[in-house]
Ligand binder design. Structure first.
Ligand code: ATP
Ligand code: SF4
Ligand code: MG
Length: 410
């Protein structure tokens, strides 16, 4: 949105990108406040006064939302010119994945669901990034967008130093073996009519990982690494338990020698005892092969066990990100604090101060104004209802978006 478009109205009904919905009538009517037709400068001044006094009665939410969007777009544009981080295998910048919900007759997107909205992070080779957040916060969508299983709406995805966000499928083909995914449900993700040997040999043959006459030996070696006995080679998926099937899925992903593996809730469908075996297997394979994981889970104790860094997502945004130690020793965001407070402590002498999240998760198609978490936050202040907090680095590598912390650079 240009300044010119904003001028005099405070809002524009014209979507900024084809995925952006126009301002609703309710929002638009709020900008031209009763009996007043203010210029942008006047609205800005009025908002500034509200922020100063803490009285938000006259605050123009729609104007603030547009300014915030403009600031974010300018930041994304400025960051676009920066070279990729040389220390990272994966760098995600301002990633957006919007699903269109409503289109005009001409095919223009009128309303979209912002499943992933402006997410940025870096991940070094050999590290594990744990992604946590409630159901529907966009974990799977983010994982899939990183692997280009979805075409991202916007943003940059640097893999091995190259921005693959706009790569076409032909350009992605040579990278497919380097980026793999392991799904939650080991029951539905294996073809029922192929033997284990067939399932594991296929990608090895298709991607010519080894010479044809060496495929069987190679597959047996991968099976051995994944704790699968060689006589399983001739068996079918239905003959295996959930844990064994997940081992087959892991072996299939690893058979093509990936560097990055997105593990999307890989143990959620398994018994607790089997979960530990699979997590330990993933850790061992990571050490042996130098793998990099994006490990998605809603189980914090699992994430704590496997991750080097942790990202906490809420309604499509990253609200806190940092290394495991700093996040667990000092969770800063009230949402992270609430999630952590729900993890049972094995020590019965430690008193648990459980923070119960109030209300339901709002719809990502119509997220709350200001801080998206304000409708459920136990520390919500008036400003949180009107102004989105800045996502800022407070300790080296520890990022948070919350008004409880200084919003300006010190
Ligand atoms: N293909 C799609 N089309 C439209 N909306 C989608 C699509 N895929 C996901 N969504 C929506 O995007 C949001 C994020 O979904 P996603 O599956 O990424 O969440 P999640 O964090 O992985 O949840 P869970 O923990 O339940 O797996 C949800 O509101 C979901 O309904
Ligand atoms: S910005 Fe406000 S509502 Fe949002 S998490 Fe922080 S305190 Fe809670
Ligand atoms: Mg999911």
């Amino acid at each position: 949105m240009t300044d010119e478009e904003l001028k005099g109205t405070g809002v524009s009904g014209t979507p900024e990108t084809e995925n952006e919905a126009p301002m609703s009538e309710t929002d638009a009517s709020k900008t031209v406040q009763e009996g007043k037709d203010l210029t942008d400068e006047e609205i800005a001044e009025q908002n500034r006064k509200c922020l100063e006094t803490g009285d938000f009665t006259e605050f123009d939410d729609a104007f603030e939302a547009h300014l915030e969007q403009k600031r974010r777009d300018e930041k994304a544009e400025a960051d676009r010119a920066l070279p990729p981080d040389p220390d990272s295998l994966l760098e995600v910048r301002h990633l957006k994945m919007y699903f269109p919900l409503k289109k005009s007759l001409g095919g223009k997107v009128l309303l979209s669901l912002k499943a992933v909205d402006d997410i940025s992070f870096t991940l070094k080779a050999g590290e594990t990034l744990g992604i946590v957040g409630e159901s529907g916060c966009g974990k799977t969508t983010m994982g899939r967008a990183i692997l280009k299983l979805y075409k991202p709406t916007d943003g940059q995805i640097f893999f091995e130093g190259k921005d693959i966000a706009q790569y076409k499928s032909a350009e992605m083909r040579p990278l497919r073996t380097k980026m793999q995914i392991i799904f939650q449900d080991p029951y539905s993700s294996l073809p029922p009519r192929s033997t284990v040997g067939g399932i594991l040999s296929e990608p090895v043959l298709v991607h010519k990982i080894v010479e044809k006459d060496k495929v069987k030996d190679y597959v047996l070696e991968v099976m051995d690494q994944c704790g699968l006995r060689d006589y399983y080679y001739e068996r079918y998926p239905h003959e295996f338990s959930g844990g064994q099937r997940q081992r087959i899925c892991i072996a299939r992903a690893l058979s093509v020698n990936p560097r990055l593996v997105v593990c999307d809730e890989p143990v959620s469908a398994l018994d607790v005892s089997i979960q530990a075996q699979i997590i330990n297997l993933l850790k061992r394979l990571q050490e042996q092969r130098g793998l990099t994981y994006v490990f998605i889970s809603h189980d914090l104790s699992v994430v704590k066990h496997i991750s080097d860094r942790i990202g906490v997502m809420y309604l499509g945004s990253m609200v806190e990100f940092g290394d495991k130690k700093s996040i667990f020793s000092r969770p800063m965001h009230p949402y992270t604090q609430a999630l952590f407070s729900a993890v049972p402590n094995p020590n019965p002498d430690v008193k648990m101060d459980r923070i119960v999240l109030k209300g339901d998760i709002p719809s990502p198609a119509n997220p709350p104004k200001g801080c998206k978490f304000h409708t459920r936050c136990h520390k919500c202040m008036e400003i949180c209802k009107h102004v989105a907090p800045v996502y800022r680095e407070y300790e080296p590598g520890h990022f948070v978006a919350c008004h409880l912390y200084p919003q300006e650079e010190q």
